[in-house]
Design a protein around this ligand. Structure first.
Ligand SMILES: [Zn+2]
Ligand SMILES: [Zn+2]
Length: 147
């Protein structure tokens, strides 16, 4: 299942307020948003009856309520809200490797759990970084040979 491709800009003042007032929020809210000028919907592809959702902050509270930015529509027609919602309780147990994967979404999210969602954009970025690292590494080689 591919990831939803919806992107939205961030109403900074509103997000800052939510981060500042939430229980277990960050010590330095502006630092959280500086790298998030735009938010990507993290859910699997879904129809318009479901809201898009982007994770903003993992709360430092025992009951695991994270801050999410939820929206529907786009541009001038966007309707959004900020909400602290409980985590999805789903767990994927791999008996062969004895690992447990937790779902990164919120409780009662639409569509499949996070482990079933592939992020083509993220993979593309990872690929670019790999190529860049290889390029830099190959540039270093002549220097080392010369020494
Ligand atoms: Zn979406
Ligand atoms: Zn889930």
């Amino acid at each position: 299942m591919l990831q939803c491709t919806a992107v939205t800009d961030v109403p900074l003042a509103e997000c800052l307020l939510a981060l500042t007032t939430m229980e277990g929020g960050p010590d330095h809210p502006p630092g959280v948003l500086a790298r998030d000028d735009f938010l990507l919907c993290e859910l699997a592809e879904h129809d318009e009856s479901a809201e898009h959702a982007a994770h903003l902050w993992t709360a430092g509270t025992p009951d695991d309520r994270d801050l999410w930015f939820l929206w529907s529509g786009s541009g001038a027609h966007r309707v959004h809200r900020l909400d602290t919602v409980p985590l999805c309780p789903a767990r994927l147990r791999d008996l062969a490797t004895r690992t447990v994967t937790t779902c990164a979404f919120f409780n009662r999210h639409p569509g499949p759990h996070s482990w079933a969602v592939t992020d083509p954009l993220g993979e593309l970025i990872a690929e670019r970084i790999c190529q860049e690292v290889q390029r830099l590494a190959s540039q270093d080689d002549p220097d080392e040979d010369g020494r």
